[in-house]
Design a protein around this ligand. Structure first.
Ligand code: 5AD
Ligand code: SF4
Length: 435
């Protein structure tokens, strides 16, 4: 029987990327689907949505309209992910041509959803932590593995606890088993995923006799033969205790790049955001990391224009930017989200002021990136190659997560080579293989 075609569009974070892999695995192993890259050919079009800011939510309904016009007769449309969780059956009301709505925590029901007329499940506390998904990975070389689902924090700007529910940790045996499976099929890099990875172990989906935290889990995964590199996202600055920093520094398989979502450099704004740490704590942790591991790279997320942010608060954010010198930042204007405390806060920052601050922040960051790029000229790095790029280039990453491209072809994929940087740019270091 010829296979049915699945087209899937994935927005948002790494968690969504992994959820899409789970969906593809479920539909190909149980429902005779295969992935295609043309929505016009698809029997099923799925949109895996993000709701962290308003923009992607606004885009969703216009996208559904476009897909509805170009799709084959009889093809279905499914909406899943975080916007599905938070809008629920409002999606059917606004877009009656949608066939099913599946929340960010209900991926395992996709098989049922495709066989049911108008299926919806957006239960944010459904337990998928021990569910065994089929095998599908976007990359042969890097394996994403969920270690926890949901989020227990209550950052006042964030919709995620309302879309992904309570945090539960996946038992370490399942994580290790998945990592071993991935290694057997060729992956050398394991990428551990969770909303709050270094909070791992606080609540297991099954009662456990021995206590285990994120540092212990990192050590367990690193003991697997064939795992060369371990990455993870996202850790929370609040839980960066000394044990965690020491494990990170000492374990040679853990890649030396850390994501430290700052959000704001002002202790007053951090309190209003309910982040649980101060400017001083953040600086102490980041500078300690730089001290312990000179080659470490640190990336961050920053929100400007949070309610009540004064010029002085913004100066504090700039101060942290200038002192830590992040290798990468993701920066956003505050976007009020439904269901969140901050959406009701007063002292809203004027949009023009927020835009201006974002511009100042990003142009200073560009200068920092230029300095960092320059300092990498002629350096030699171990690069693990993962992806073909246009124009006969192959892309890979250094241990500390810098993107490197060299001229070459397939035979480099899955290999680690020494590369000399000959043309460092802000976002990509171009180089030549020296060994
Ligand atoms: N407005 C702007 N940015 C936000 N983020 C999360 N919620 C909001 C919001 N309401 C950003 C944070 C987070 C990243 C994934 O998205 O910086 O770390
Ligand atoms: Fe990921 Fe958060 Fe966006 Fe959901 S809302 S896709 S958890 S970034």
């Amino acid at each position: 029987m010829s296979k049915k075609q699945l087209y899937i569009e994935t927005l948002g974070c790494a968690m969504n990327t992994r959820d899409s892999e789970h969906i593809i695995a479920e539909l190909s192993s149980k429902e005779n689907y295969e992935l295609c890259d043309d929505p016009k050919m698809a029997d099923l079009i799925m949109i895996n949505t993000c709701s962290v800011r308003q923009k992607p939510v606004d885009k969703l309904f216009s996208e559904i309209g476009v897909f509805n016009k170009l799709k084959k007769k009889g093809a279905k449309i499914g909406v899943c992910g975080c916007t599905a969780s938070h809008l629920g059956d409002e999606i059917f009301k606004r877009a009656p041509n949608v066939n099913f709505v599946l929340g960010a925590r209900n991926v395992s029901k996709v098989s049922k959803a495709v066989k049911t007329e108008k299926f919806i499940d957006v239960d944010i506390n459904y337990d998928e932590s021990t569910y065994v998904f089929g095998e599908y990975r976007n990359s042969l070389y890097k394996a994403y593995i969920n270690i926890s689902i949901g989020c227990d924090k209550s950052c006042t700007y964030c919709i995620v606890p309302h879309t992904r529910g309570e945090e539960i940790s996946i038992p370490p045996e399942l994580i290790v088993a998945e990592a071993k499976k991935a290694v057997k099929s060729g992956a050398k890099e394991i990428f551990l995923l969770g909303q709050n990875v270094n909070n791992y172990g606080r609540r297991f989906s099954q009662k456990r006799a021995s206590k285990i935290d994120f540092s212990d889990l990192l050590d367990m995964v690193s003991e697997i033969d064939g795992v060369d590199r371990i990455r993870f996202t996202s850790p929370h600055p609040l839980h960066m205790d000394d044990k965690f920093l020491n494990t990170f520094a000492k374990n040679r398989k853990i890649c030396k790049s850390m994501h430290m979502p700052l959000q704001s450099g002002s202790t007053k704004i951090l309190e209003a955001m309910k982040r649980g740490y101060s400017k001083e704590w953040f600086l102490d942790r980041a500078l300690k990391l730089r001290d312990m591991i000179p080659e470490v790279s640190i990336s961050t997320d920053i929100i400007v224009g949070f309610p009540g942010e004064s010029d002085k608060d913004f100066d504090d954010t700039m101060d942290v930017l200038n002192r830590v010198k992040f290798e990468q930042i993701f920066s956003f204007k505050f976007s009020p989200r439904p269901l969140t405390a901050a959406s009701k806060f007063e002292n809203v920052v004027d949009d023009r002021v927020a835009s201006q601050r974002l511009k100042i922040l990003q142009s200073r960051q560009d200068e920092i990136l230029d300095e960092i790029a320059k300092s990498r000229q002629n350096k030699i790095y171990d690069v693990y190659f993962e992806e073909l790029r246009a124009g006969n280039f192959v892309a890979g990453r250094t241990d500390n997560n810098a993107l490197v491209q060299v001229e070459g072809s397939e035979e480099l994929l899955g290999r680690t080579c020494k590369v000399k940087i000959t043309n460092p740019k802000r976002l990509t270091l171009y180089g030549q293989i020296v060994q």
